[in-house]
Design a binder for this molecule. Sequence first.
Ligand SMILES: [Zn+2]
Length: 134
Amino acid sequence: MPVPVDWSRADLEPLVFARSGWSCDLCRMYLPGRAYSLQHRRARGAGGRRGGVLDTPWNLILMCGSATTGCHGWVEQTGEGRRWGQDHGFVIRGEARDPASVPMFRHRRDWVIPSVDEHGVGVWLPAEPDGVLT
Ligand SMILES: [Zn+2]
């Protein structure tokens, strides 16, 4: 199956959930039966729509909580969380940075780039904090 150029949410949600092992990409909490939400690393208001990056495998990750609770709320709503999120790739500000080349500190343990392989299966690419692939 070729990788679709225009990702639909119907394609992306199963990909993102499976890639994350149904666990929060920040705190690693196993999510079935708990509150969860998809996070746009580069938000709509931060140029997410430009260049079609908003709903892509590189921009969507899985977080516990909602936009106001859990890890998702922490990185979106608190000063400490926003700063941490920007320093660790969970929040991407500015249109110059392509989510496909910005690593994130998954589970506060591994620097990786969320991606998808040639079969359309979600994968984590090993990365360095500065984005250079190992
Ligand atoms: Zn979490």
